[in-house]
Design a protein around this ligand. Structure first.
Ligand SMILES: [Zn+2]
Length: 226
């Protein structure tokens, strides 16, 4: 009864009392910074800002989060999924690149993509969340990039849902070793100078965070309880 009363008065408080539900993983680290943007910024710096925005957007909806690797201190990928073992969903935040032979024409690559693994313990639930997130991104005017499907070394990813821009990436370490459903979101292609500029705008960061939060909020009720 007491708990019910608390839930009515302080919904976000009781959500926190049950423990944060979502692990928000900041892709890469200060030592291994990921892709290099068109203007020379690290992917990690984009991921850090975007992950903080996502955490804020989820917290504002009463969904508790744990930020993983927020300060760039996580160099071992399995440390990330170990640290997230108590959460119900693992969301890894990244920004995209292209294969080296395409860097000179990077301007033609743009859009988000979402990855899931069939080696995760919950591939179907992961895919359901990925679809919700991708649909929410499209609803807010974003479009997927198809370049990970090209039959070349380093890409060649099968579509899990082509229209939504969701791919299988079975051996992606954080997706495979997560204890819960897991998705990795590439928010856009930062080696494209125009897209980099857009992705660095605070209003765009917020919009993308709200979209991913929409998707997470929509898929969370159907996920296994902890
Ligand atoms: Zn990355």
């Amino acid at each position: 009864m007491k708990r019910l009363l608390l839930a009515v008065l302080f919904p976000s408080l009781t959500a926190c009392a049950a423990g944060p539900e979502v692990a928000v993983d900041v892709g890469h680290s200060l030592k291994a910074t990921g892709a290099r943007s068109a203007s020379g910024q690290t992917e990690f710096s984009f991921n850090q800002r975007q992950a903080r925005q996502l955490s804020q957007a989820l917290t504002a909806r009463g969904i508790g989060t744990v930020l993983i690797g927020e300060l760039g201190e996580m160099d071992k990928l399995t440390d990330r999924t170990d640290k997230a073992s108590a959460q119900r969903l693992f969301v890894s935040v990244h920004h995209d690149s292209v294969q080296p032979q395409y860097l000179a024409e990077a301007g033609r690559f743009h859009g988000y993509s979402v990855f899931v693994s069939r080696r995760n313990p919950y591939p179907e639930a992961s895919l359901a969340c990925a679809r919700r997130i991708a649909a929410a991104l499209q609803q807010r005017g974003e479009s997927p990039t198809m370049h990970h499907h090209e039959a070349i070394a380093g890409e060649n990813r099968p579509f899990a849902d082509e229209a939504l821009g969701v791919y299988w990436f079975d051996d992606l370490v954080v997706l495979r070793t997560a204890r819960q459903p897991a998705v990795l979101v590439e928010h856009g292609v930062i080696v494209n100078a125009q897209e980099e500029k857009r992705l660095a705008e605070p209003a765009v960061e917020r919009k993308l965070a709200e979209a991913v939060a929409d998707g997470v909020q929509a898929c969370l009720p159907a996920l296994p309880q902890r």
